[in-house]
Design a protein around this ligand. Sequence first.
Ligand code: GLC
Ligand code: CA
Length: 517
Amino acid sequence: MTERNIGPKWLSNAIFYEIYPQSFRDTNGDGIGDLNGVIEKLDYIKDLGCNALWLNPCFQSPFLDAGYDISDYYQVAPRYGTNEDMKRLFDEAHRRDMHVLLDLVPGHTSIEHKWFKESCKADPNPYTDRYIWTQGWFEVPEGYNALCGVSEREGCCVVNFFSHQPALNYGYYQPDKPWQQGMEDPGPTATLEAMKDVMRFWLSMGCDGFRVDMAGSLVKKDVEGKGTIALWRKVRAFLQAEFPDAAMVSEWGEPDKSLQGGFHMDFLLHFGPSHYNDLFRCEHPFFGGDGDASAFVAKYVDSYEKSERKGLICIPSGNHDMDRLARTMQGVRQKIAFAFLLSMPGAPFIYYGDEIGMRYVEGLHSVEGGYRRTGSRTPMQWDHSANAGFSAASPEKLYLPLDAAADRPTAQDQMGDEDSLRSEIRRLIALRQAHPALGNLAEIDFLPIAENAYPLAYVRSAPQEKLLVILNPSDRAVTLPWDRPLGPAVYALGGKIQKTENGLSVAPLSAGFYAID
Ligand code: GLC
Ligand code: CA
């Protein structure tokens, strides 16, 4: 494998906060969050300790998939503000030493995009090959869904996700039908150039990089990902030449592939081979107190070794596509889960509201293609004023209803309470920033863990220090084999961890970080 690119210097201590803009803070009373709302809350985010943002798509869109269906890559959607507001957001963030990633959706557009409208025409034009079209009017390509009956031209158009998201054409890894183009053909080459232009536009304005949507899906029939890796390497070369400080994180979920493609970071996700769900979101999640972390650890170690122990494998607290963390764990277990998230290598990502334990709101109808994801996308709960401080609109005009529970958590309450989840997270972030061994790039070595066993333990090391991290979210007292000396605790939560003859005895519901030699 070629030398791993660990990215711009600021990534080495970046801690991200994901903002779903429509639900964060509405400043003009239309019931939808906006960019001015994000600017207004930058100090709140900075106070938590996060120094970087990922914003979900904010571009012109019919919003059939919450903005992942873009109709103009170059315009901020009016409901969020203007391009000038975006520029101001970049400037205000930079003034606070913070960085901003936008969401790049390179795999598909909305059916309303002008490229698609041109591509539907019978007369050949520069957009004829911008999307993947079959030849026959009912020819649905093997393995993919397609949009049929929408065009003047013959053929159906491959879709990437929902049926209104036509797939941009980056070619087939090994074309085997006359209509399938190769990666180097003129159509796919022009598509990639168009996407580079989009990146240039926002990076020149002051954006610090991108979270890339469905990054592993661009080249079709590319089972091992080799074509898609090659395509991203071209993007890496372009960025290296023109925007070497731009940071790139992929929604791919297979770091052994994405990092080869030149991404600095990849997410572990609720889909794919990572066993992320075993920890947080399954019937018996490990951090729920009765689960298994062994398969996760084995897969993590495998990806980590393949990425040359450079570590930018990002484990999010959640995101706009998954159930809220609070659905499967509460109380001290949430805190232990964050002790894990904030002591692992890679850049941490906190989904807005997870820092106060916002709940998954059950029973909502689908809004903007959210389906069951809708319950994780409700308005941020700031305080006890009208609409929890999210918006001055009348409640029925809100983008989504608020969590109706009388005891719904708020940022204001938690900021005033030393024992709150938010205060715990704030301490953990400060600790991470103060200890080189907890840094994004510091190394990790797991202690052996058997199936269904507790605790989870690992050593983090930097040249200056080593820390042993022990996490026991179960309600049983357990023993960790350990015959080396144990230095002072730099962090302790819940029950006691003590040295005994056979190792360390670890109380139920506890976490601790210890200095070691
Ligand atoms: C990604 C996004 C998701 C979106 C899909 C299609 O998975 O995170 O929200 O619906 O891609 O763009
Ligand atoms: Ca608004």
